[in-house]
Write a new protein. Structure first.
Length: 460
């Protein structure tokens, strides 16, 4: 999460410099869709699931079966599960079997409720050496450079010399490269055949070391090009050696949230997903959404360049402001949902928990203010080629048009319906089944043109 007045000020200055041009994407370039093992077009809608507070014997204990039951009941089919290298490998080469069992228990809950999971190797401010979670202390090298905590603005700690140097060593030291790859092989070997696992996110919000005279966008593009790209290629190879089928989700630095095109290069793997985060520094610092500022438009223009160039799907790994009850936040959620629907195969909001702050729901399970706007009808899996898909929130009408797959493809399209009363109608050679509350299946004749209309029927 990118939230710091220090970074906001630095970005505001650097983003008007020539080093951070606004590049307009060619709208004719298509971004590929995410697909499942049956070749169906996927849409992921869900939330991050985490336990940052507990570790050791209590690790992941804050995540319960209720998380997945409640998410699915509100129509969500996707969870980005945060795991921590420092818990998995507390000492070099010694992997915690208990931690792996705890991850597996969570994956079993996800499977029970038909929620797809992305396993995210999470880090905040590198790891425990700096009072956070992520990369183990034994893999943290600072060359004796200074570090000072800043609890009131934790993201600014990424710019402490010791933290920046630790990233450089992680990317450049051969033994740490091998250790990171081994860690990922352990995870992939353990979970490669688990039906809930959709993919792996090798590192959350990677950062790096700024050089003298660099502004943030210039440094971010260099780090992405020269350090993150080879790291992702190494880790993709490590994952692929154990799991031939899962998707590999690659993140740029968080600076992309300010509308800066990434410097990532090609990842030489057949199943790569571009997974940026969608945060605005001003809103993270407590400001209201300003529709006239053009931030969402700028972000969308920049963030779609990489997937169009390298022909990979997009799934936004984190998004959602801290204070979602400010006057313009209703407009923000509507604008954001519309934008995400134009270019992404889905998203994971931050975060599914019960309470205040970033939590999606209150203690009683009801949506927090404006978060209910994230729950829409959508097609989880389309057995064919999507021609058009849209949701009119004001009218409560979702429309899908697709060309059904041929005789050798899947015929089952799955729709997710949030709580409420919905009517599902089809045009073309297709029938609708309602196997369970909140779900609908469309069975289409091979090769036919199908239209689906989902209409809310409980509006006054």
């Amino acid at each position: 999460m990118l939230r710091t007045t220090l970074v906001a000020g630095a970005l505001a200055a650097s983003l008007i410099a020539p080093a951070a041009p606004r590049v307009h994407a060619d709208p004719g370039d298509a971004i590929p869709a995410l697909t499942d093992s049956h070749g169906r077009t996927l849409t992921l809608r869900g939330w991050n699931v985490e336990d940052k507070a507990n570790r050791g014997p209590a690790a992941l204990s804050a995540i319960t079966e209720k998380h997945f039951r409640d998410m699915r009941a509100k129509g969500f089919d996707f969870a980005r599960l945060l795991v921590f290298w420092d818990d998995l490998e507390p000492r070099p080469g010694q992997y915690s079997q208990d931690y792996l069992r705890r991850i597996e228990r969570i994956l079993d809950w996800a499977e029970k409720y038909d929620v797809k999971v992305l396993i995210d190797a999470h880090q905040d401010v590198f790891g425990p050496a700096f009072g956070h979670r992520g990369i183990p202390e034994w893999a943290t090298r600072t060359d004796g450079l200074p570090f000072e905590r800043n609890p009131d603005d934790w993201f600014s700690e990424y710019f402490q010399p010791a933290v920046q140097r630790a990233f450089t060593h992680l990317y450049e030291d051969a033994d740490l490269r091998r250790a990171q790859a081994r860690m990922w092989r352990v995870l992939a070997e353990r979970f490669d055949d688990h039906p809930a696992v959709l993919g792996y996110d090798p590192i959350n919000e990677p950062m790096g070391e700024l050089r003298e005279g660099e502004d943030l966008p210039t440094a971010a593009r260099r780090i992405e090009s020269e350090q993150l790209t080879p790291m992702y290629n190494r880790l993709a190879d490590a994952i692929r050696s154990a799991d031939p089928d899962a998707w590999v989700f690659v993140e740029p630095t968080p600076i992309v949230g300010e509308g800066v095109p990434t410097g990532l290069g090609r990842i030489d793997d057949p199943k790569v997903v571009y997974a940026p985060h969608f945060y605005n520094t001003g809103m993270e610092a407590g400001a209201d959404y300003d529709p006239a500022a053009g931030w969402i438009e700028s972000y969308e223009q920049a963030v779609t360049l990489y997937p169009k160039q390298y022909k990979v799907p997009v799934v936004v790994g984190e998004w959602g402001p801290l204070n979602n009850s400010l006057p313009n936040m209703n407009r923000f959620y509507r604008d954001a949902m519309s934008s995400l629907g134009r270019y992404s195969s889905g998203w994971a909001g931050y975060v599914w928990c019960y309470g205040g702050g970033y939590c999606a729901v209150n203690g009683d399970g009801t949506f927090r203010t404006n978060k209910e706007l994230t729950a829409e009808p959508y097609a989880e899996a389309v057995a064919g080629t999507v021609r058009a898909s849209s949701y009119n929130a004001t009218a409560g009408v979702y429309r899908l048009e697709y060309d059904a797959a041929g005789p050798r493809g899947s015929r089952v399209t799955e729709l997710s319906l949030p709580p409420g009363a919905w009517q599902v109608a089809t045009g073309g050679r297709a029938i609708v089944l309602r196997p369970a509350q909140g779900r609908a299946l469309v069975i289409a004749a091979p090769g036919s043109r199908v239209t689906v209309t989902v209409t809310a029927t409980d509006r006054g």
